[in-house]
Structure formats: structure tokens, C-alpha cells
Design a protein around this ligand. Structure first.
Ligand SMILES: [Ca+2]
Length: 424
């Protein structure tokens, strides 16, 4: 989940040609894609997020955002680390990503000028000497696979919400979700009580991010963050300042919680654990929810559940507020464009939306806050729309993509239906 860049949500989906492409033979790829999806998605998104803007805060959950990209890679050759991971769903750290042969040959970073400057800058906050910090960073490797994965997916592919949704709302992930729910029902109920975030939403996020812990990423975090901090690839907007701060947060986290910075693994963008939190999000939003005295987002499902709920609460989630309402978009192009302009940010009252020609459900008309018109493209077919609330917007703080948010909502809803129906 989570990372920190909020900017433009809409664009991510576009980058993800993979899932979205109608022309792609999705079914054959599905088996791989499913596995991979968990990881792939997440990492991708994060990366994208990172790429896009000033990010914020959350966990880095790139997953959804870049569905297309993820798929492509797979289908193509599939050697990207994240994918590799995906394909091999192991637990935690292992699951991962096997760095490619180029990665295996990557030399240690060494004490470059940039490393020495970073060490000097952060020595005081880390309460270490610059020499100690430089000695640690010098052991990081610059990974070619990370540099590839951070790049945006080629544009031009049609977005396809249903294809994207099918990557996540599918039998195996649903079964895993029901089992996770059963195993962690107490923590999920307590998180809802404490933070107002329904179990279905937390389950949707953890399911989309990591397939309930099956795909948490196999990149060594130190390598991933050092690569993106000190050798960010050219050809896209430079996000290295963001990653240098995440590297700083990673070192602070390791020190605070007594973690081995040379051992922690996660996504190619540096996100870790069941909810794929970036280090900064872990520092700011992780909570100890199982009472053992520290927040462990990798090994403790309860801590991950509480932390995801806390993250959303800290980003505007409101108890008992729906995420979205049914809506028919205005027929007029100009009116539709006007409503879509603010993207996922709730901007219009129900009355304003209706005045522009949108037709809200009864619940939507009675909504007391503002709404956003969310467009989900369907490949060559007509797009579908929902009216997103502040809670829909909060989900995009985890990952800045309307497609991501809708996938989380859809997965959670389906799990809720199945659990209530007693489906196993
Ligand atoms: Ca704990």
C-alpha cells in the first residue's frame, strides 16, 4: 500500500496497458497474472506513484496503478524482479523477487560522492557518524531491474476497468481473502471499532497489495532505495529526492525498531509488508495492534490490519460513510468534462452534480458532503462511472489511482458477500 505520492490518479491506469488491453489474451496470462498481480500490481503502482508526484504518504502501493505494466512484463519475459516474486508466492521476504542476472552481477555501490553527501547530511538525525552511514550504504547494490521497473509503462493502451478488476476479484484471491478474514476476524473487527474502517476495506487493500501476504516483494530494500536515490534512471521525472528521504526514513526505522537494514525485503520501490508501506509511512502510521510492544507490518497480520486502518483514518476516512454512489454521467461532453476535471477529489455537491446533468442514486442525492465523478474506462466500450466520496478519495491516498481504489472496494465487497453467504 502505500506510498506517498498523490498526484494524478487518473494517469496511472493509463500506463498500465497490460491488464487493460483488450487485445491482450488475458485468459492465458491469467494464471501468471494472478500470482503476479499481487506483487506486480503493488510494486508498480508505487513506482508510478513515486514517479508522479509529490507524494505523500502512504504506503507505497503501486500495485493497482500500473496494471498494464505489470502484465506486460510478465507476458513479455517476466523477469522483472517484482514479477518474479509474484510468480512465486512465498512468504514474506522470500517470496520474492528474484533479481535478474544483471542484478546478481551488480557491484556494491561503494562510497560515492552522493553516498558521502547523504551520510553527512543525515548523520545527526541518525545519531551515527557519517562514516558509519557511508559504510552501510556502500554495501547497497544498484539494481538494473529496479531501474527498469520504475519507468512508466508505454502510453497509448486503452484502459479496461473490467480486465483490471478481474485480476483481483478472482477465485484464488477471494479464497485467500476469506481465509485471512477468518484467521484475523478479531483484529479486523477491532480495527473497524477503533478507526471506523470496515473489515472489507482493509481486506481489499491487503488483498490487492500482497495477495494476503503471499507476495510482499523480494528486493532488498536497501538496494531498491539506494538505486532510486543515487542512480535514478533518466527518461522520466526525477524522483530521487523522494527516494532519498525514504532511504533516510528506512534507516531511522531500522534503528528505531532494531531491524537489520541489510536483511529487509520488499517491493522494487521500497514498500514492505502485508500492506506495502513505504518506510516513511511505516514510521508515521504503523501501529502495534497485537500488543507485543512494536509494530511489525511484515510478520504480524494484526499490526498490518491496524496500520492500514490507521493510515486511512489519518488520511480522511470517515466512519460510516460510503465510498461511492451509483451515478449516470451527463450526456453533454462539456458538462462531463467539467465534472471530471477535479479527478478523484470530491468537489461537487449532489445538487451541483445534478445541475450539470449527472443523475445520482437516491443515496447519492442525500449525501451531505461533496462528490467526485469517477470515470472508469472499459477499453473500447463505453466507460462506467461512480460518484466517489471523501472515503473513495482516502483510498487514493494509499495509491493514487481510481482504478486501484475501485479494485479495493470491489474485492472487499465480494468478500463481504461471500462471507455473509457462508461461501467457502
Ligand atoms: Ca505488534
Amino acid at each position: 500500500m502505500l506510498c506517498a505520492r498523490l498526484p494524478a490518479i487518473p494517469r496511472q491506469p493509463s500506463r498500465s496497458p497490460i491488464l487493460l488491453q483488450p487485445s491482450i489474451p488475458r485468459r492465458p496470462l491469467l494464471a501468471l497474472a494472478l500470482l503476479a498481480a499481487g506483487l506486480l500490481t503493488a510494486p508498480l503502482l508505487r513506482a508510478q506513484e513515486a514517479a508522479s508526484a509529490p507524494a505523500p504518504a502512504q504506503a507505497a502501493s503501486p500495485a493497482a496503478a500500473n496494471p498494464a505494466a505489470a502484465k506486460k512484463k510478465h507476458s513479455a519475459t517476466a523477469r522483472k524482479a517484482p514479477k518474479a516474486k509474484a510468480a512465486k508466492p512465498t512468504r514474506h521476504a522470500k517470496g520474492g523477487t528474484a533479481p535478474g542476472s544483471a542484478d546478481a552481477r551488480a557491484p556494491a555501490l561503494g562510497q560515492t560522492a552522493a553516498v558521502l553527501a547523504f551520510a553527512a547530511e543525515h548523520a545527526a538525525s541518525l545519531n551515527q557518524t557519517p562514516e558509519q552511514i557511508a559504510a552501510l550504504l556502500a554495501q547497497a547494490r544498484i539494481l538494473p531491474s529496479v531501474q527498469r521497473l520504475i519507468m512508466p509503462t508505454p502510453a497509448g493502451t486503452a484502459k479496461d476497468w473490467m480486465a483490471y478488476r478481474d485480476r483481483f476479484v478472482e477465485p484464488r484471491r477471494l479464497q485467500a481473502g476469506l481465509a485471512f478474514w477468518e484467521a484475523n476476524a478479531e483484529a479486523l473487527a477491532r480495527a473497524e471499532e477503533s478507526y471506523g474502517v470496515p473489515a472489507e476495506i482493509v481486506l481489499g487493500i491487503i488483498g490487492v497489495e500482497t495477495f494476503y501476504g503471499r507476495i510482499m516483494g523480494g528486493f532488498r530494500i536497501l538496494d531498491a532505495l539506494a538505486t532510486l536515490s543515487f542512480d535514478f534512471p533518466t527518461g522520466r521525472s526525477d524522483r530521487s529526492p523522494f527516494f532519498r528521504e525514504e532511504l533516510h526514513q528506512f534507516l531511522l526505522l531500522s534503528q528505531r525498531d532494531g531491524l537489520d537494514p541489510l536483511a529487509l525485503k520488499g517491493s522494487y520501490a521500497g514498500a514492505m509488508g502485508l500492506g506495502q508501506f513505504m518506510p516513511g509511512s511505516w514510521m508515521r502510521h504503523a501501529v502495534d495492534f497485537d500488543g507485543d510492544g512494536h509494530a511489525d507490518l511484515i510478520n504480524s497480520p494484526a499490526d498490518a490490519i491496524g496500520s492500514v486502518a490507521n493510515f486511512l483514518a489519518q488520511h480522511g476516512w470517515q466512519r460510516a460513510l460510503p465510498t461511492d454512489y451509483t451515478v449516470a454521467a451527463p450526456a453533454g461532453t462539456a458538462e462531463r468534462a467539467q465534472l471530471l476535471a477535479p479527478d478523484v477529489r470530491p468537489t461537487f455537491t449532489p445538487a451541483q452534480m445534478q445541475a450539470l446533468g449527472a443523475r445520482l442514486s437516491e443515496g447519492g442525492q442525500e449525501h451531505t458532503g461533496k462528490l467526485a465523478l469517477i470515470e472508469l474506462q472499459m477499453g473500447d466500450a463505453a466507460p462506467v462511472y461512480v460518484a466517489g466520496t471523501d472515503n473513495f478519495f482516502a483510498l487514493t491516498r494509499y495509491n493514487q489511482s481510481a482504478y486501484y481504489a475501485m479494485a479495493v472496494i470491489s474485492l472487499g465487497r465480494k468478500l463481504g458477500q461471500m462471507r455473509r453467504a457462508g461461501i467457502e
